[in-house]
Design a protein around this ligand. Structure first.
Ligand SMILES: Cc1cc2nc3c(=O)[nH]c(=O)nc-3n(C[C@H](O)[C@H](O)[C@H](O)COP(=O)(O)OP(=O)(O)OC[C@H]3O[C@@H](n4cnc5c(N)ncnc54)[C@H](O)[C@@H]3O)c2cc1C
Length: 333
């Protein structure tokens, strides 16, 4: 049995920053994640000696609370500027696009390095006995805490909470259930030579199938000899071919690559994202949902917005809400 003041489910950016703030305030915090590593949708994958970002491609900074974290990561050499948006799309605001020095999972790994994180622990059942939460993992391990924070994509969080049989959200449950996510499809590929793209190695082709192509070697996260490409399908294409085999859904994406890149694909694989970003977000006074009686907080991009920074701010807000309830660490008893 693993006991702590607070248990955070989800080691994506929202869960990690929430845990960091709670730990700084003196609480004993544990984080569990079903993934083999931390970062959630800030994900980097190895493929044929290359490194490919297959979830979030970059993050931007608008809020000073997140900027403070990003400054620290910049000072530590964990993240760097990738490009400014005006270089690609002059229609959009010119925010700096940041990425991890060796992939998007770098910043989450840095944050997690001083936290108590248990990976490969998929929570499948929750119990609240009126005093504490018990989270049971598929592995057979249990995690107990007086306070629970769930940062899984909201539909997954609600599914987990159904195992409690609790009325945890009263009249707002319908609003929570209303928040759905877009599906996503990424194709990761290795080329037999340079892509021919110019810095920053990004194009947004005019295509019904593909909305984004990025060259991870020009981005600087893939060793220069290996040309690893991320291709993201449009939402409509991802949803249409959600159940299809790679042999059916990949050819149109590969064709767009062939039309836009100068070398050939020698290897590829597809990755489905069941929860890319929320289609609308929670509208409340805070960027999280909290039930103070049941010591339950829900956070993540469904509450902050469909970006890394917004998810991070939701995690930070969740910590403020928990600490605002004068939560006293059991260590101080
Ligand atoms: C393909 C794609 C491209 C994107 N591009 C961008 C971009 O370029 N810029 C940008 O700002 N944002 C982008 N986003 C959105 C951004 O990645 C997310 O908004 C943000 O990372 C969400 O963070 P989070 O902590 O809320 O959730 P997550 O990162 O999803 O973290 C939740 C964690 O909960 C864990 N979990 C779920 N259920 C359980 C369980 N039962 N037990 C244990 N653990 C569990 C998951 O494994 C996961 O690690 C993109 C997302 C995707 C998928």
């Amino acid at each position: 049995m693993n006991q702590s003041d607070v248990l955070v489910i989800g080691a994506g950016i929202s869960g990690l920053l929430c845990a960091t703030e709670l730990q700084k305030a003196g609480l004993d915090v544990q984080i569990v994640d079903k993934g083999r590593g931390v970062g959630g949708r800030m994900a980097t994958r190895r493929m044929s000696g290359g490194r490919i970002d297959h979830g979030a491609q970059f993050f931007t900074v608008r809020d000073n609370r997140f900027r403070a974290y990003v400054r620290e990561w910049l000072d530590l050499g964990v993240v760097r500027e990738w490009y400014r948006n005006a270089q690609i799309d002059q229609q959009e605001e010119d925010h700096i696009r940041y990425c991890g020095v060796s992939g998007m999972s770098d910043a989450p790994k840095q944050v997690a390095s001083i936290l108590n994180v248990h990976c490969s622990q998929r929570i499948q059942k929750l119990l609240w006995n009126g005093k504490q939460w018990n989270a049971m993992a598929e592995s057979g391990d249990s995690f107990c805490a007086r306070e629970l924070v769930i940062t899984a994509p909201l539909p997954q969080a609600l599914q987990l909470l159904e195992t409690t049989g609790l009325d945890y959200a009263g009249g707002v449950i319908a609003k929570l259930r209303d928040i759905t996510y877009a599906k996503g499809l990424a194709l990761l590929a290795i080329l037999d030579g340079p892509s021919g793209l110019q810095h920053p190695g990004v194009i947004k082709p005019k295509s019904d199938a593909v909305e984004w192509i990025a060259d991870n070697s020009i981005k600087g996260i893939c060793p220069s000899k290996v040309v690893g490409i991320t291709v993201q399908a449009t939402r409509a294409y991802a949803e249409k071919y959600w159940e299809a085999e790679d042999a059916v859904r990949a050819p149109a994406m590969l064709q767009v690559m062939q039309d836009n890149l100068q070398s050939r694909v020698v290897e590829y694989r597809c990755h489905r994202w069941g929860f890319t970003h929320p289609l609308h977000i929670w509208k409340g006074p805070t960027k999280c949902f909290r039930n103070p009686e049941q010591k339950l907080t829900l956070a993540g991009d469904a509450f902050g917005g469909p970006r890394v920074e917004s998810a991070a701010l939701s995690g930070l807000d969740a910590a403020v809400q928990i600490l605002g309830c004068n939560f006293i660490s059991s260590n101080a008893d």
